[in-house]
Design a protein around this ligand. Structure first.
Ligand SMILES: [Zn+2]
Length: 203
């Protein structure tokens, strides 16, 4: 039995509200193709995230078998309050792939990854590490400092996301070969300790 729109809203709320307690979810036939469902996810927390990042977080909260069974033809719109679907901008994945080696060269050369490590995991024990808020709040000022313009930011951030860096700490964990944050994580694991989590204390 296909789930009704109201049932899908209930199901999605169950999956998503533990992480996004205030999310507003609406499901209705898509105006461009009435045979498909449009799902609107609206949350204040999305305002600092790119749509691609929002989608990434949501898709990880909804079990994949549920998505396959009930949402495979649905169209998703992840909105911050006041945004409309026309405001959403997604990356051209082929383009991002093509520019990745060049962007990575610039980021390495300008010392971006090292600077990010310096604030996320300072070498000096006296300095407090900056938490990760699940976005690029730490990275964006550093990217600007490294000469990345406001116009270039979209491309650069999507280069990072498509390599698994969906937030500041993931850039270090998933993209960069060597850094203190990652080393500290594995050192704690090897010693059987609970690794430091940059997301704790970020609320
Ligand atoms: Zn993070």
């Amino acid at each position: 039995m296909p789930r009704t729109a109201a049932e899908i809203v209930d199901d999605l709320r169950l999956f998503i509200t533990p992480s996004y307690p205030d999310i507003d979810i609406r499901v209705q036939p898509w105006d461009q193709d009435q045979s498909r469902l449009a799902i609107y996810f609206i949350d204040e927390k999305f305002s600092l995230l790119y749509p691609y990042q929002r989608w990434h977080y949501l898709t990880h909260l909804i079990p994949s078998d549920y998505q396959e069974q009930h949402l495979s033809t649905s169209v998703w719109f992840e909105l911050a309050p006041g945004e409309t679907p026309e405001d959403l901008r997604y990356p051209d994945e082929q383009l991002v792939e093509d520019i990745t080696p060049h962007v990575m060269r610039i980021l390495s050369r300008t010392g971006f990854f090292k600077q990010l490590d310096d604030i996320m995991c300072p070498a000096d024990d006296e300095l407090r590490p900056s938490p990760c808020w699940g976005d690029f709040r730490n990275s964006i000022p550093l990217l600007h400092k490294c000469g990345i313009t406001e116009d270039e930011l979209f491309d650069v951030c999507h280069v990072l996301m498509l390599q698994g860096g969906y937030c500041d700490c993931e850039i270090l964990y998933n993209i960069v070969e060597e850094n203190r944050l990652k080393a500290a994580y594995w050192m704690a694991r090897a010693e059987g300790l609970e690794p430091y989590n940059p997301h704790n204390g970020s609320d």
